[in-house]
Design a protein around this ligand. Structure first.
Ligand SMILES: Nc1ncnc2c1ncn2[C@@H]1O[C@H](COP(=O)(O)OP(=O)(O)OP(=O)(O)O)[C@@H](O)[C@H]1O
Ligand SMILES: [Mg+2]
Length: 213
């Protein structure tokens, strides 16, 4: 007879070397309406179509499950980012390509998420979706900029709450200059460079990304 305890003991252990499992966390940081979710979901669709295991942890979708009690103070934003980073690290450690389109406005907190991945041998990369405030506000997908300007909302990142741009991200995409198809191609070649998957013919490498910043 198999008991519950026996089943638990028989559960597969995490890979000894997570980096060898083919997973990676790619965190897309940037202002509201910069294009993080749009790029992440389009990239996820393309990677999924090629048979890659992908999970998008989108801030809006995750918050009601992981951080429903949290608001938008610095402490709460940091806790939300830390929780999402932890889940991403677990998934990536099991070979999943995890795309995280979450503002994550504070550099120190993003750095802790990166360090947590590195200390567990899990690959991590940051994409700065660097679309300017002016362009992001002109899109105002959720109407938040308008509400903030009207005084109906306070603490909006980029307007009256800080956004600390990454100092050394693996990839920078300004969606005012780079269309969605190109953004997805750049993201895909970054993932492939990091996970060791064969690059697409003509795809740029992570080093190319650094040089083109
Ligand atoms: N090159 C591009 N890449 C991505 N999005 C683009 C691009 N050009 C225009 N857009 C548009 O910009 C908007 C970006 O909205 P999106 O929801 O992706 O922003 P976000 O960064 O996820 O914002 P939030 O932090 O509020 O969730 C969409 O309406 C998208 O169609
Ligand atoms: Mg979004």
């Amino acid at each position: 007879m198999t008991t519950n305890l026996d089943q638990r003991a028989a559960a597969p252990a995490p890979p000894a070397d997570p980096a060898s499992a083919g997973g990676v966390t790619v965190w897309l940081t940037g202002l509201p309406s910069a294009g993080k979710s749009t790029i992440a979901h389009a990239l996820a669709a393309e990677l999924t179509a090629t048979g890659t295991k992908v999970q998008v942890l989108d801030g809006d979708e995750v918050r009601p499950y992981l951080s429903t009690e949290l608001g938008f103070s610095k402490a709460h934003r940091d806790l939300n980012v830390t929780r999402i980073g932890y889940v991403a690290r677990l998934l990536a450690g099991h070979g999943v390509v995890v795309l995280v389109p979450v503002i994550a406005p504070y550099a120190e907190t993003r750095g802790k998420v990166r360090a947590d991945h590195e200390s567990h041998g899990v690959r991590y990369a940051e994409v700065h979706v660097s679309t300017s405030l002016a362009v992001a506000e002109s899109r105002d997908v959720k109407g938040l900029y308008a509400k903030a300007r009207n005084g109906e909302l306070s603490g909006l990142t980029g307007l009256d709450d800080p956004y600390e741009a990454p100092a050394d991200p693996e990839l920078v995409i300004d969606t005012a200059d780079v269309d969605l198809d190109t953004s997805v191609r750049l993201g895909r070649s970054l993932v492939e460079a990091l996970t060791g998957a064969a690059p697409l013919p003509g795809a740029v490498t992570a080093d190319d990304h650094k040089e083109s910043r």
